[in-house]
Design a protein around this ligand. Sequence first.
Ligand code: GRF
Length: 208
Amino acid sequence: MNKLVVFASGGGSNFRAILQSISEQRLSSRVVALVVNRQDCGAADIADNAGIPVLYFPNRFFGDDIPAAEELVTDLLQYDTDYLLLAGFLRKIPRQVLDAFPDQILNIHPALLPAFGGPGMYGMRVHAAVCKAGVTVSGATVHFVNAEYDRGAILLQRAVELTPGGETPATVKEKVLRVEHQLYPAAVQLLEQNRVVITEGRVTLWER
Ligand code: GRF
């Protein structure tokens, strides 16, 4: 049974989708804590309702403050965590945390990386850029986290079709989120099945 710590800054619909997959016994993992950088976020309410501890680490823990980053690592290690899942977490993960959890941190991004990713590409900005580019597909990506924004090894992607000339950032967001809620639990399942190997920055999936 994998122990997960989820990181969130916002509404937490991906967090909720993972919890739902667990409660419906489609996943055997357990969420042992939620890390938030804002106390007033929807994800914290979801955790409270589910009886999951909420760990509040304000933004100073995600900057250049080395002792703060080390304190964060110490706290995370206490949970005996197998994987950290970023689910709408809007801060950069400090180097100390990356080093303490090598190949154990996942993120979900609301586009098909490497397109529409990188610094400053988060939330509605991604969907606005997708609309502006006039692409006819977007989608979601679950990837491992490394020191570069949105550049870690890609684990799973799923596309959604867009209607040429008929989308707004809000409609793209809605279509992509629907896929995200299936994709993140599917990624957690691959980890449970021990099928994921990362070699030279790319994922290989072992057959079952
Ligand atoms: C999602 O679109 C996710 O891809 C991105 O942030 C958003 C979080 O949404 N990283 P929610 O808080 O899970 O509803």
